[in-house]
Design a binder for this molecule. Structure first.
Ligand SMILES: [Zn+2]
Length: 500
């Protein structure tokens, strides 16, 4: 969207009067000016001005392999720090704190000049979360940045707004997850949004889709632009379905970066995600790539922005498992996949859970398993998805079909998520009990907090839902019972209550 100059001016004035308040004090908007030239795509010159609330400068402390000393700061060369009068300020890197210590008092305005070198792609990023989160320059000269690699900031008031301006060649595009004021100027609404998002710059393809007040930009490097229609069509179906689950779409800007690779993977950020595709037979393997797309998109609500727990690792079974349950179910509800594919997926989740429960030497609970997500991958994803299925069946059964897991998600979003309140296990139990007028405490105690095998609960839920389940060791097979056309399973897969 091109904004007429007059409107832009009004927006700018409004934005510049946006300030953050801390103890009654007005904090000015932070500013970042990023310059990249055609001559060297791997260097970004940054000029920034902001108020430091503590006398430190830092970068996001995660998202890189632990063996890289200083993390993101390794690739940053600070040229100068000056105060509001232009006087130089001394700065020194502190190894223990992993921050730059500034020789300045708190709440001072500073001007900062630094250079970031994009050489992250020389490193193996497996231990940093995979290459979907690693800055790189693709073959078509499109530059992929994670904002945490670019932004040096000062921790403080999280609602601190920032204006980010790009000085790049005229014929380049800039795609970000931030509010767009012009093709080169953007605004982020919090430190989190500023440092935990994606940016694509260069000659890539861009597509904008809008639903209510949610704007989604899809950005693909040129070697994958022939797939942008397919991605757009999938998101056009998925978004209204998510609106049905949560009751509304939030007012937000979102960026989907889709790239071609030899592996498939995805990584979600505050309001963006990057998905890597193997560009082969995409029409036939939607269960894999469309599920990842729907999964990462669902994380915008669950796990990343709204529905979360202060016990981040202890909540993986919910943030990953329920996301997995809903992404696959949404693909079926919207006709992107068929029932056979869906049931194969669900049966596979039961298998992953059961296999990990019978094969681990030491039993662990779903909550504890989150502490070692990589080692307990199958248990967390398979277990969380199985719990979501069992609860969906149980809620529908206890309320005689009046309520479902969708209603539970709606309550979590509207009562807690929208207010950015952490959701504990106790809150989950309380809300489930309230929703269904029954008691889920022992279910949580046995299967989520405790270490009981979920096998019997899965079999019972399938029976109750009208799904025939057979299993041999860790192989599971699911078939809808023909004599139960009005079964709970049928009500789960049919989206009945549309909100308009
Ligand atoms: Zn996930």
């Amino acid at each position: 969207m091109i904004i007429p100059k007059k409107v832009l001016l009004t927006i700018s004035i409004v934005l510049f009067s946006f300030t953050s308040y801390s103890l009654g004090r007005t904090i000015p908007i932070s500013k970042y000016h990023l310059k990249i030239s055609k001559e060297n795509l791997r260097v970004v010159e940054v000029n920034a001005s902001f108020e430091v609330q503590e006398s430190y400068l830092e970068m996001r402390p995660w998202g890189f392999p632990p063996e890289i000393e200083r993390g993101w700061a390794k690739f940053v060369d600070i040229k100068s720090v000056t105060d509001s009068k232009g006087e130089p300020i001394n700065f020194v890197w502190n190894d223990e704190l992993e921050k730059w210590k500034l020789d300045i008092s708190k709440n001072s305005l500073i001007n900062l000049n630094y250079q970031v070198e994009l050489s992250h792609d020389k490193y193996n990023w497996d231990a940093g979360g995979g290459i979907d989160g690693r800055p790189t320059v693709w073959k078509d000269n499109t530059i992929f940045w994670v904002s945490s690699a670019l932004i040096v900031f000062s921790e403080g008031h999280n609602n601190q707004k920032a204006e980010i301006t790009f000085d790049v060649p005229k014929d380049w595009k800039v795609s970000t997850a931030w509010v767009k004021l012009s093709n080169r100027k953007f605004v982020s609404n919090s430190i989190d949004e500023l440092i935990n998002n994606l940016i694509m710059i260069g000659h890539h393809e861009e597509r904008l889709i809008k639903h209510d007040n949610m704007s989604i930009t899809i950005a693909t490097p040129s070697n994958f632009k022939h797939r942008i229609d397919l991605i757009e069509q999938s998101l056009e179906k998925v978004l209204p379905a998510y609106k049905n689950i949560f009751g509304e779409l939030p007012t937000a800007n979102y960026l989907v970066c889709a790239s071609k690779n030899t592996i498939q993977d995805g990584e979600a950020y505050t309001n963006s995600f990057h998905q890597m595709f193997i560009d082969k037979d995409l029409e036939y393997n939607k269960m894999v790539w469309a599920n990842t797309l729907a999964h990462e998109m669902f994380h915008y609500w669950n796990g990343t922005n709204f529905i979360f727990s202060d016990d981040y690792a202890g909540n993986y079974w919910f943030s990953e498992g329920f996301t997995n349950y809903y992404s696959s179910l949404t693909l079926l509800r919207t006709g992107i996949i068929n029932e056979e594919e869906y049931l194969r997926f669900l049966a596979f989740q039961f298998s992953k859970l059961h296999y990990s429960q019978i094969n681990s030497n030491e039993k662990t609970s779903l909550i504890e398993a989150g502490k070692s997500k990589i080692n307990n991958w199958h248990f967390i994803y398979g277990g969380g998805t199985s719990i979501a299925f069992i609860l969906d069946v149980q809620i529908r059964s206890n309320t005689k079909g009046r309520k479902s897991l969708d209603d539970f998600m709606k309550v979590l979003y509207s009562k807690y998520g929208k207010l950015y309140k952490s959701i504990s296990i106790e809150i989950q139990i309380e809300e489930l009990n309230h929703l269904t007028n029954s008691n889920f405490k022992s279910f949580y105690n046995d299967y989520i907090i405790g270490k009981d095998s979920l096998l019997d609960a899965i079999v019972k839920a399938c029976d109750k839902a009208g799904l025939a389940i057979s299993h041999y060791q860790s192989e599971f097979y699911l078939t809808p019972k023909k004599d139960k056309p009005d079964s709970i399973y049928q009500s789960i897969i049919t989206p009945t209550r549309y909100i308009d």
